[in-house]
Write a protein that binds this ligand. Structure first.
Ligand code: SAM
Length: 394
């Protein structure tokens, strides 16, 4: 179990190399403009003040907790004690209202044959699940899909407990946010997926054992594990002067004045024509707890963000605007982009675009890198690519 979160496109294994490049840049704050889970910000703990930004709620939450919160999560033992009565009450309500189907759903992890599994799975899928007077956002939205019915009830019941405890002033806002973040990490670990939230596994004769195994894991137990393992980055003192925002980078950079304390902007924009919001939608629901009217095979939320960096017709324009906006702030620009990224696909060249605003821009490094699961929606789980690091000095 790690002290940080890894997800699609996370640059943990490149972060030290990127940090070396950034070390040679202008002094001042590092703005990690597409921070995701913040691997590069992490590599600057104690070295430079950082500002993490991402357009997604969950990535923003990760930035707030790991890079700006003075404390860390409450220890699991203390949290378990605090949430127990409220958690159990919400579980009881959900169980009572869905009693028959709950008993069936509990059999899924132990199914011996696919026929047995399929029969129960189909039965649960047809059920209109109830959550009257109880927290039931995940139960209503993702049961028997990304998670089993009991797992959804556990996630809803944790949410019910931590919302209530925050409302009563028992949990601080920071402790509440860490509780949501760690619940998100636990949800990813137990999800019925190949490691990301773009789609869930439809049970088949060849994969039902894998689905059963994931369905049998306890969301609550895994949440407690995450509470004790996920850690803030760096020291309290370093975090106290960091920043985290949730903004479209275009809007953010337009607001950033040349008088800001940002010395260098690190950009790790999306690089495929898969919209990142496909990978974040379940986490967005976890943060918002808003019972979204989901659609399609992936059960997507209606408000998914569309980035021009993942649109063939707009990626070149998005890059040009990004580079010009960063240059207008007077900061240095460090860019990570793979050699097979969408911009290359449409005949564009990151270095040429950089050189328009930063005449001295150069390709600093080209590193073989395994993009974990980024190829998943196109069929393969990992792809070995060449990650290029470009530098433009103001
Ligand atoms: C390649 S990932 C960054 C990964 C990150 N460097 C890490 O180590 O985890 C790209 C990130 O950009 C975010 N993003 C996409 N479009 C954006 C936009 N227009 N403004 C801000 N963030 C955006 C996505 O949500 C995603 O987290």
């Amino acid at each position: 179990m790690t002290s940080r979160i890894s997800y699609m496109g996370t640059k943990h294994d490149l972060a030290d190399r990127v940090a070396e490049v950034i070390a040679s840049c202008r002094p001042g704050r590092l703005l990690d403009a597409f921070a995701g889970m913040g691997a590069v910000a992490d590599a600057h703990a104690g070295r430079r003040q950082v500002w993490t930004n991402d357009v997604q709620h969950f990535a923003y939450l990760a930035g707030r907790c790991r890079f700006t919160d003075p404390h860390g999560p409450l220890p699991a033992s203390r949290m378990r004690e605090l949430v127990a009565p409220i958690y159990q009450q919400n579980m009881r309500l959900l169980k009572e209202q869905n009693e028959k189907i709950w008993t069936l759903a509990e059999k899924l992890p132990g199914a011996a044959t696919f026929e047995e599994f399929e029969f129960v799975f189909d039965r649960v899928s047809q059920e209109n699940l109830m959550h009257e007077g109880a927290y039931g956002c995940f139960t209503a939205t993702y049961a028997n899909a990304y998670f089993s019915l009991p797992q959804c009830a556990e996630i809803d019941s944790v949410r019910c407990a931590i919302d209530t405890l925050r409302g009563r002033g028992v949990l601080t806002q920071g402790e509440f946010e860490w509780a949501v973040l760690t619940l998100g990490q636990a949800a990813l670990r137990i999800a019925n997926t190949t490691g990301h939230f773009a789609q869930f596994l439809t049970p088949s004769a060849s994969n039902f054992k894998r689905v059963s195994k994931q369905f049998g894991r306890s969301a609550f137990d895994q949440w407690l594990v995450s509470l004790d393992t996920l850690k803030p980055s760096g020291t309290t003192e370093w975090r106290s002067s960091n920043l985290a925002t949730r903004s479209d980078c275009d809007a953010l950079l337009k607001r950033l004045h040349s008088s800001s304390d940002v010395g260098v902007v690190y950009c790790d924009p999306p690089y495929t024509d898969d919209q990142y919001s496909r990978y974040y939608h379940v986490w967005e629901t976890l943060v918002l707890n808003d019972y979204p009217p989901v659609t399609g095979a992936g059960l997507y939320r209606p408000d998914r963000f569309t980035t021009p960096f993942s649109l063939r017709s707009k990626v070149t324009g998005a890059f040009k605007a990004l580079v010009e906006e960063v240059a207008s702030t007077g900061a240095d620009l460090v860019l990570s982009y793979p050699s097979n990224g969408l911009l290359h696909d449409v005949g564009g060249n990151p270095l040429e675009i950089l050189q328009n605003a930063y005449p001295n821009a150069e390709l600093i490094a080209q590193i073989e890198h395994s993009h974990s699961t980024m190829g998943a929606s196109k069929g393969s789980a990992t792809a070995s690519v060449s990650e290029c690091i470009y530098l433009g000095r103001a």
